[in-house]
Design a protein around this ligand. Structure first.
Ligand code: NAP
Length: 292
């Protein structure tokens, strides 16, 4: 009797939270992995990951967890990636493919280059464009990536075999995989994800410090809830993203601030045509996005 080998016989996920846990669940569901080993800081979350059937086993020592792994996925917050990479680098087998899921790519690529001295051919940077405002393994679910995009930002040094393996891994979760340059990724995500999170956090923070905040929030309706849902996301994660994608995010904040100042000026001057024109432009653009 012949048995077919799974795509990834031994997978190690470092950081079994929303993203790492959902990836493990999705791959286990389609039989794409043999054994899944979880690694992280403490035992509480990892014990839960075993209990929920997300990983087969865990090790709190990342250097042991990556032993003989065919693929290592680094799914910790951006601020922790460099220390994790530094710890595991000497312990990966030469054929092991290393990938990550960080929401900014320039900082991760720079970390890898600094730690390895050069980009290793078996490193494939990635970023799934999927998530919720929840964190931790209990928030993970197998269908998170279905019909979502995953961006890979392979580098000139990236080996085709490593790239193909990671591409296939994500396709098996139901995601559509697209390639992008590192800088382009960070510019696009600063505009579509990082700036909106900064705006949502700032809006809630501003209103929450008003003297009559209780009254203000009592009358907050659906629009406020929709607009600010993402301000419930993990503050540490978004702190890390702002720090990691500083340059591109500052450019978007400057652009947005200029437009907001222009709108404030139109309101001050009672320039009704300018106000209406700005809102009409935005409505047209929003209606054409087919987001709902
Ligand atoms: P998460 O649910 O908080 O999971 C991260 C896991 O990493 C935690 O469960 C934790 O597990 C471990 N961890 C946290 N801090 C650590 C540290 N200092 N050192 C080592 N391990 C640590 O976060 P997530 O939403 O999955 O995000 C993980 C990565 O995915 C981030 O890089 C983020 O930028 C990226 N990402 C997030 C989203 C999203 O919408 N959430 C979308 C795309 C990409 P232990 O408690 O077991 O240590």
């Amino acid at each position: 009797m012949t048995t077919t080998q799974p795509l990834i016989p031994r997978l190690c996920i470092i950081g079994v939270g929303l993203i790492g846990g959902s990836l493990a669940r999705a791959l286990r569901e389609v039989g794409a992995v043999g054994e899944v080993i979880g690694a992280g800081r403490g035992e509480d979350n990892l014990r839960t990951a075993v209990r929920l059937g997300v990983v087969n086993r865990y090790d709190t020592d990342v250097t042991r967890a990556v032993t003989d792994a065919d693929v290592v996925v680094v799914a910790v917050p951006l601020g922790a990636i460099s220390s994790v990479l530094r710890a595991v680098a000497p312990h990966l087998t030469p054929d092991c493919v290393l990938t990550d899921v960080g929401s900014a790519k320039g900082s991760v690529v720079a970390d890898v280059e600094r730690i390895y001295g050069a980009i290793p051919p078996n490193f494939v940077p990635g970023h799934p464009i999927a998530g919720t405002e929840k964190s931790g393994v209990e928030a993970s679910f197998a269908t998170l990536f279905q019909r979502r995009r995953v961006i890979l930002t392979p580098l000139a040094e990236t080996a085709v075999t490593a790239y193909r393996l990671i591409r296939r891994m994500w396709e098996l979760t139901g995601a559509e995989v697209v390639d992008m340059g590192v800088r382009h990724h960070d510019a696009v995500l600063a505009a579509t994800s990082h700036l909106p999170h900064v705006l949502a956090y700032t809006l809630v923070d501003t209103l929450a410090r008003l003297d009559d905040r209780a009254e203000v929030f009592r009358y907050a309706a659906g629009g406020f809830r929709d607009f600010t849902r993402i301000a419930s996301s993990d503050p540490q994660m978004w702190h890390d993203i702002c720090v990691a994608n500083r340059e591109q995010l500052l450019e978007m904040i400057a652009l947005f601030s200029a437009d907001l100042a222009q709108l404030a000026e139109a309101i001050r001057r009672d320039d009704r045509a300018a106000i209406l024109a700005a809102f009409q432009r935005a409505k047209r653009a929003r209606d054409n996005l087919y987001l709902d």
